[in-house]
Design a binder for this molecule. Structure first.
Ligand code: IPM
Ligand code: MN
Length: 390
């Protein structure tokens, strides 16, 4: 048998295995339609994964805010905060498990998770080439919607991104096929079930929040099947929401022209496949004021996880400036978390306090440099402001 024939056979077998696992996942998605109702629970457990780099520093501050907002519920035992150990890059490298089994088991005993940034090793890093812990958490907890709000008031922008959080280029991200030295193939996966559930989340949000428009962002002119079917799937779900208008944008133009009022006309809720969502929300966060200002929720039917969208800031750590990191992104994630478990009133208090501390009053400013306030100093200011509003 020629080398080529052999290579093709091996590639075909691997591909068949991938398809098979995907069929199984689709069956699991069909079963996963019971949505957790927090109001019916006696107790809500918030699991905490501080993460790496600046993670533990900003997490300590985010927890002060969480404890301030939920003081009564923590005292009465209605809400519990549970720190989960072992999710550090050192431990993950040692066990060669990006998401160690015992960590996942603990995570699954909680209802919602507050998560700091975690190292994803890249080629050339001192760490073993572990998978992204983010992707594994999202996949294992079926957190299919990354909900990322972006507000730029002076540009009249108040958008909510619904990024599909499991499929696309991510799901087989480490399962591409190196056919031979010359040929590598990676895959992009789209399922009807995966598309419909993110679409439904976006339309439901739009309806509940008085939004009139859902914009689909893809590269369907090139990626005919995965993106083409994504559009069809979203439009199909959209038929159940006749009051909401649907429009489409291409992802390259979206990145380049999102601030152009002609281009972004009507945009309110944006639904998009995983990788485009990753990129576009970073671009949008930069326009909002930097990655440090943005937070994300990862929502599934059973679990939800709230995090900052930035990384571990190795630059700040290596320059001895870790304590000057901006905790606001993770603090905003706390706001999304408390709203998700049924305390939208606390999120409103936090939003008002953040507005006072970072926009209108600004008695202390975090610059991430030594001339600015430390994360701890800023948070003391914020906590005092919250207590003044409660
Ligand atoms: C994000 C991050 C992650 C992603 C990484 C850390 C795997 O960039 O949450 O946007 O690509 O999804
Ligand atoms: Mn990202």
């Amino acid at each position: 048998m020629s080398d080529n024939t052999k290579n093709i056979e091996v590639a075909q077998e691997k591909f068949a295995e991938l398809i098979k696992s995907e069929f199984e996942r689709i069956e699991r998605m069909k079963q996963d339609n019971e949505i957790k109702d927090f109001s019916k629970q006696e107790k809500i457990v918030i699991g905490v994964l501080p993460g790496d780099g600046i993670g533990p520093i900003i997490m300590a501050q985010a927890l002060r805010v969480l404890k301030t907002l939920m003081k009564d519920e923590l005292e009465s035992g209605k809400v519990e905060i549970r720190e989960i150990e072992g999710m550090t890059i050192e431990h993950r490298a040692e066990t060669l498990q990006s998401l160690p089994d015992e960590v996942l088991a603990e995570v699954k005993k909680c209802d919602v998770i507050l998560k700091g940034p975690m190292v994803t090793p890249r080629a050339g890093d001192p760490w073993p080439n572990l998978l992204s812990a983010n992707s594994l958490l999202r996949r294992n907890l079926e957190l299919f919607a990354a909900v990322r709000p972006i507000k730029i008031p002076d540009k009249n922008i108040d958008w909510t991104f619904f990024r599909e959080n499991i499929e696309g280029e991510y799901i087989w991200g480490n399962k591409g096929i190196q056919v031979n030295d010359d040929l590598a193939v990676d895959f992009k996966v789209q399922t009807q079930q995966g598309t419909e559930r993110i679409a439904r989340a976006a339309f439901d949000f739009a309806r509940k929040n008085g939004k009139k428009n859902v914009t689909i962002v893809t590269k369907a002119n090139i990626v005919k099947l995965a993106d083409g079917n994504f559009i069809k799937g979203v439009r199909k779900v959209g038929e159940e929401y006749p009051d909401i208008e649907i429009q489409e944008r291409l992802v390259d133009a979206m990145c380049a022209k999102m601030l152009d009022p002609e281009f972004n006309k009507g945009i309110e809720v944006i639904v998009l496949p995983n990788l485009y969502g990753d990129i576009v929300t970073d671009v949008a966060a930069e326009h909002q004021g930097g990655l440090g200002t943005a937070s994300s929720s990862n929502i599934g039917n059973k679990y939800a996880m709230f995090e900052a969208i930035h990384g571990t800031a190795p630059f700040l750590i290596s320059h001895g400036r870790g304590q000057y990191a901006d905790p606001c992104s993770l603090i905003r994630a706390v706001g999304m978390l408390v709203a998700h478990i049924g305390y939208g009133d606390r999120k409103q208090i936090l939003d008002r306090a953040l507005d006072i501390c970072t926009v209108t009053e600004r008695k202390l400013v975090v610059t991430t440099d030594k001339d600015g306030a430390t994360a701890e100093e800023f948070t003391t200011y914020l906590v005092d402001t919250i207590n003044g509003l409660k």
